[in-house]
Ligand binder design. Sequence first.
Ligand SMILES: [Zn+2]
Length: 309
Amino acid sequence: MRKIFDAHCDVLYKMWMNPNISFEDGESLQVNNKYLKQAGSKIQCFAIYVPESVRVADRFNVALEMIDIFYEKIMKIHPNLQLILEKDDIHKLQDGEIGAILTLEGCDAIGADIVKLKTLHRLGVRSVGLTWNFANAVADGALEKRNAGLSNFGIEVVNINNQLKIWTDLSHLGEKSFWDTIEIARFPIASHSNAYSLFSHPRNLRDEQIEALIEKDGIIGITFVPYFLSKKTSDATINDIIRHIDHICALGGERNVGLGSDFDGIEHTVNGLENYSFYPNLINELQKYFTQEQINGICYQNFANHFPD
Ligand SMILES: [Zn+2]
């Protein structure tokens, strides 16, 4: 079975919203243990996403609650899942084991407190997305009209990520923030973003941004969000995903492109990719256009190679 590295899902958010869902086989989840095993998952990133509706004063605590869900309801009772803290943990994965990486989607949860960032790292977070769609103490997000860049505190956050050797995630950043961050981030990724030149959504990356990420040896996870893929949102297809992957390759990013589904963060899905168990449909389609080595890179190896050492 083809190994899959998926750089973004929001299952923790969904399980936080509804504590009764079972990660083993909950059917309201787009990512659960059964689907991961069925489809050939090798590494799954689990994002901590604290929604805007949570009061500022409660946000760090909500992040801690999601980390508690990750350890208690996912890791502890599913022995096939193994926590990934360093690159060696990826190499140590045995057949039948799936690596789990804890990630932060947006620094809203840490306010302007660097100790909170370091605490999240100590609790296992290995990728830090700077913003969600709006502004926070670190930077402005993609839908923030002001389009200011990285704040002084934001520079401090990226420097800490660099020191701790963890990913700085540029997905969701506004343009100015993107350029400020790519300048200083040692381990830049865009975990779930597509190509703006194929579909002009503010969450997508312009060609110059994609080229800059490639230049810095970063990586882009093509995402399955229908409204980032094409204007026919209600029937986005697997072929739309292939077009975005192909575009990154055409810009020289054959080794800098991977997948970041955004499963459980999306209500609508691509036709034929309704949840994680449908991943083989995408792989079958990739077979028509790419070599085995390229497919291995896109589905798994490129993200695995870029995990900081
Ligand atoms: Zn997102």
